[in-house]
Design a protein around this ligand. Structure first.
Ligand code: IPM
Ligand code: MN
Length: 354
């Protein structure tokens, strides 16, 4: 029996996580597994319910689970109030820190039937297939000190990295590269930032220890350009927290839909699986959001956390088939768009009758 913590969060989170849960239950039925889902609060809904965006009960639940399935957090009530003391995003950041989720893996693949949805030219993106490994518990997201000067007219954040943090995530990236095309691009801003120079120095040392992997370096501004100009250049990318945040939103454009990109956050205690898109509050409760990013995250969960690659491959195949059939939500098609739950049902049926 596998224990899965289910944290739908805010906005469209509950609707899309429900589809992924259905899909995992179909996998359980098909392959004779048992998945036990337990609900936990996180984000704005947790602030409303208990005044804390990452309550202790949620943390305990995650700690004793084999994997965490996560939806999204965020609420416009807080976005429009920069003075809010407690914010939903703090829940996500607290969870990342508390679970030691040091590496966020964001695969970027193109789907044949969606190539023409991308704003980029077909010949640029056909066959693009890379993975961004984003450091997730360090850097400017967590560095201290941070805050405001006494008169409030100056604000500061701290971008800080230890060699150990860089080593840990880079080793993981090298392992990934070994399983793929043995090519790793380390993205930094070493021409300006001291922390980036430590990154580059550390990655260079690891490169010497791992000669089978070709490692190159790129400044983040130039990487941002190259992602659009020649995405097929990349295989595995490793980078610090904020650069990874920005580059992966950019990379999602390549696939033609932000709603399709899954992610896995690998942790010291457990791992968290979530789509890279946000809580899309305008669509909440309307049954129109694209559930595929979350369903693909469930596939990563099967593969990475539960070590069930056959099951993961079937989910992946079902998603591809639904795209080929044009059985998709309105972010992908304007004609005959399906609802969130219809897409979930389609994937479930595909799995059960495979
Ligand atoms: C992401 C999100 C988060 C981040 C926000 C919601 C704090 O954009 O997971 O990419 O910046 O890490
Ligand atoms: Mn982001």
């Amino acid at each position: 029996m596998y224990k899965i913590a289910k944290l739908p969060g805010d906005g469209i989170g509950p609707e899309i996580v429900e589809q992924a849960e259905k899909v995992l239950n179909a996998i359980a039925k098909k392959f004779n597994h048992q998945f036990e889902f337990t609900f936990g609060l996180i984000g704005a809904c947790a602030i409303d319910a208990v005044g804390n965006p990452y309550p202790a009960e949620t943390h305990e639940l995650c700690m004793k689970s084999d994997a965490v399935l996560f939806g999204a957090i965020g609420d416009p009530r807080f976005d429009n109030d920069p003075k809010a003391k407690i914010r939903p995003e703090q829940g996500l950041l607290a969870m990342r820190k508390a679970l030691g989720l040091f590496a966020n893996i964001r695969p970027v693949t193109t789907f044949k039937s969606l190539i023409d949805k991308s704003p980029l030219k077909r010949e640029l993106i056909e066959g693009a297939d890379f993975v961004v490994i984003r450091e997730l518990t360090g850097g400017i997201y967590f560095g201290e000190p941070r805050g405001r000067s006494e008169n409030g007219l100056t604000a500061f954040d701290t971008l800080i990295y230890t060699k150990e943090e860089i080593t840990r995530v880079t080793k993981l990236a090298i392992q990934y590269a070994m399983k793929r095309r043995k090519k790793l691009t380390a993205v930094d801003k070493a021409n300006v930032l001291a922390s980036s120079r430590l990154w580059r120095e550390t990655v260079q040392e690891l490169a010497i220890e791992n000669p089978e992997v070709t490692i190159d370096f790129m400044y983040v501004d130039s990487a941002a350009m190259k992602l659009i100009q020649n995405p097929k250049f990349f295989d595995v990318v490793v980078t610090e927290n904020m650069f990874g945040d920005i580059l992966t939103d950019e990379a999602s454009v390549i696939t033609g839909s932000l709603g399709l990109l899954p992610s896995a956050s690998i942790g010291l205690h457990t791992s968290v699986f979530e789509p890279i898109h946000g809580s899309y509050p305008q669509a909440a409760g309307k049954n129109i959001a694209n559930p595929l990013g979350t369903i693909l995250s469930a596939a990563l969960l099967l593969d990475y956390a539960l070590n069930l690659p056959k099951e993961a491959a079937l989910v992946q195949e079902a998603v591809e088939k639904s795209l080929d059939e044009g059985f998709v939500t309105e972010d992908i098609t304007h004609e005959n768009a399906k609802t969130t739950s219809q897409v979930g049902d389609w994937i479930v049926n595909y799995i059960l009758s495979a």
